[in-house]
Design a protein around this ligand. Structure first.
Ligand SMILES: N=NNCCOCCOc1ccc(-c2cn(C[C@@H]3NC[C@@H](O)[C@H]3O)nn2)cc1
Length: 448
C-alpha cells in the first residue's frame, strides 16, 4: 500500500453542466438552445433522449448541495445556461434566470463550497446558431454582452471562471464530425467556429479585466493525448496533429498569439483557412490566470490517409475500457501535463476526469469498483504531477451525478451519485464514499 499526501490547499471538487443536469427546459423564462433542437432531431441522440427534465437540478439544487456537503468537496464546477440569462441570445436580460443562479450560488457559499463557473458549456441560444453561430461575429459580440452581465452580477460571489468548456468539442466534434450540436460536417465551418470562440474568449477576458471582476479566469480544453503506434515519422506526425487540434490549436493563439503553423499549413492543403481579422490575435492572447484541463483517456495513433481530416487513426491496443469504450490509461495525463509546460508552469485545475461505468443498483447499492480503480490510477498520476513541481491546484471529478451525456443520452453514466431518471432519486455510489475518504484525509491510499 502507498500513501499519497496532497498539498494542504489542494482543491477537491466535482463538475457538472447546465444542459446536462438542470432540466426545466421550458421554465424560468429559458430560451431554446442548440441542444434542445439537436436532441429533437431524429437519430442525433441515443433513444431520442433530451434535457427537458435531466436530473431536475433546477428544482433539486438544494438536495444536490447537501450531497456535495456530504461528499466533503470545497469546490463545485457548474455552468450557467446562456438561454436562461438572455433567452433570445442577444436581447432582453431574463431576471428570473439571474435570480436562479444567485439562489444557487448563495446556497453553495453558505455550504462553504467555492463556485467554479463555466460561462459556456455548449448550450448556445438557437437564435444565434440560426445566424451562423460562432462563425458570425454577432454571436461573438452577443457572448461578450452575456459574459458582462454575469461578471457584473456575480463579481464578489464567484472567483473562479472559465470562458469555454472543451473548445475542440465546440468546434470540431460539433461542426466537423457532426456528433454534437449543431451537427455540421464541414472543415471550414469548424475552423470558423474555433476562431470565433477564441475571439469571444479574448474579448470576454478583456471585459473581465475592465470591469474589475473578482477572481481568476481561464479556459478548459479537453486533452487528446496520443502516442505513435510505430517509430515511423508518419505515425509520429499523425499523433502530433491529433494532440495539437485539441490543445495547440487553442492554446498557441492564447499563449503565443498565433496558430500552430504546421496545422495551418495542413488545413490549407485541405482548402481551409483561418478567418483572421485585423487585431484578432491580440484580442485572443489576453493573459489568462488559469487553465482547466479535461482528461479522460489517451490513444495509440497511426497515420491513415483515410482517417478523416487529420489522417490520424486510433489503434485498439486491447486495454481495459470504460463502458463508453474509452481505454483506461492514466499515463496520458502525466505525459500531457509535462507537454503543457511549453506554455509555462501555469496554474492548472483538472476540471474534468472520470469514468463511464454503467453499473446499476443492486440491493440498494452501486458497487462501482471499476470507477474506484479508475480514480485511484488517475489520482496517483495527479500526485506524481504535483511531485514534479507542476502547478496543479485542484481536481474536479466528472461528474457529481449521472446526467445527460450528450449524443449518448442517459445510457452512459459518469456520476459518483446514481440518478434514477424515473423517480430522480439520487443514490451515492461506492465511489462516492471512496472519494469522500480521499477528500477527508487529503491523501490517496492505494491498494497495491
Ligand atoms: N478525439 N478524437 N475523436 C475522433 C472521433 O471521436 C468520436 C467521438 O468523439 C468524442 C470525443 C470526445 C467526447 C467527450 C465527451 N466528454 C465528456 C463530456 N466532457 C464535457 C462534459 O459535458 C462531459 O459530458 N468529453 N469528451 C465525446 C465524443
Amino acid at each position: 500500500m502507498t500513501i499519497f499526501q496532497f498539498p494542504q490547499d489542494f482543491r477537491w471538487g466535482t463538475a457538472t453542466a447546465s444542459y446536462q443536469i438542470e432540466g426545466a427546459a421550458q421554465e424560468g423564462g429559458r430560451g431554446v438552445s442548440i441542444w434542445d433542437t439537436f436532441a429533437r432531431t431524429p437519430g442525433k441522440v441515443f433513444n431520442g433522449d433530451n434535457g427537458d427534465v435531466a436530473c431536475d437540478s433546477y428544482h433539486r439544487y438544494e438536495e444536490d448541495i447537501e450531497l456535495m456537503k456530504k461528499l466533503g468537496i470545497n469546490t463545485y464546477r457548474f455552468s450557467i445556461a446562456w438561454p436562461r440569462i438572455i433567452p433570445d441570445g442577444d436581447g432582453e436580460i431574463n431576471r428570473e434566470g439571474l435570480d436562479f443562479y444567485h439562489r444557487f450560488v448563495d446556497k453553495l457559499l453558505e455550504a462553504g463550497i467555492e463556485p467554479f463557473c463555466t460561462l459556456y458549456h455548449w448550450d448556445l441560444p438557437q437564435t444565434l446558431e440560426d445566424i451562423g453561430g460562432w462563425g458570425n461575429r454577432r454571436t461573438v459580440d452577443a457572448f461578450v454582452k452575456y459574459a458582462e452581465v454575469i461578471f457584473k452580477e456575480f463579481s464578489g460571489k464567484i472567483n473562479f471562471w472559465l470562458t469555454f468548456n472543451e473548445p475542440w468539442c465546440i468546434a470540431f466534434l460539433s461542426n466537423l464530425l457532426g456528433i454534437h450540436a449543431p451537427g455540421n460536417k464541414d472543415l471550414q465551418t469548424s475552423i470558423n467556429v474555433a476562431h470565433g470562440l477564441l475571439v469571444a474568449h479574448g474579448k470576454a477576458v478583456q471585459s473581465f479585466r475592465r470591469l474589475g471582476t473578482t477572481g481568476q479566469i481561464g479556459i478548459a480544453p479537453n486533452v487528446c493525448w496520443a502516442e505513435p503506434y510505430s517509430k515511423s515519422p508518419e505515425d509520429r506526425a499523425a499523433c502530433d496533429r491529433a494532440i495539437a487540434l485539441n490543445t495547440d490549436w487553442f492554446l498557441d493563439p492564447i499563449y503565443k498569439g498565433s496558430y500552430p503553423q504546421f496545422m495551418v499549413d495542413w488545413f490549407e492543403k485541405a482548402g481551409a483557412t483561418v478567418p483572421i481579422q485585423e487585431g484578432d490575435m491580440e484580442i485572443i492572447s489576453q493573459p489568462i490566470d488559469l487553465l482547466g484541463i479535461n482528461y479522460y483517456t489517451m490513444g495509440i495513433n497511426r497515420f491513415n490517409p483515410e482517417a478523416g481530416a487529420l489522417q490520424s487513426e486510433e489503434v485498439d491496443m486491447g486495454l481495459i475500457k470504460t463502458d463508453i469504450g474509452w481505454p483506461v490509461e492514466s499515463r496520458g495525463l502525466y505525459e500531457f501535463m509535462h507537454y503543457l509546460q511549453k506554455y509555462g508552469n501555469v496554474d492548472v485545475y483538472i476540471t474534468e476526469n472520470g469514468a463511464c461505468i454503467n453499473d446499476d443498483l443492486e440491493n440498494g447499492k452501486i458497487n462501482d469498483d471499476r470507477r474506484i480503480a479508475y480514480y485511484e490510477q488517475h489520482l496517483a498520476q495527479i500526485h506524481r504531477i504535483i511531485n514534479d513541481g507542476i502547478n496543479l491546484k485542484g481536481y474536479m471529478a466528472w461528474s457529481l451525478m449521472d446526467n445527460f451525456e450528450w449524443a449518448e443520452g442517459y445510457r452512459m453514466r459518469f456520476g459518483l451519485v446514481h440518478v434514477d431518471y424515473r423517480s430522480l432519486v439520487r443514490t451515492p455510489k461506492e465511489s462516492f464514499y471512496w472519494y469522500q475518504n480521499v477528500i477527508k484525509n487529503n491523501w490517496l491510499e492505494t491498494r497495491i
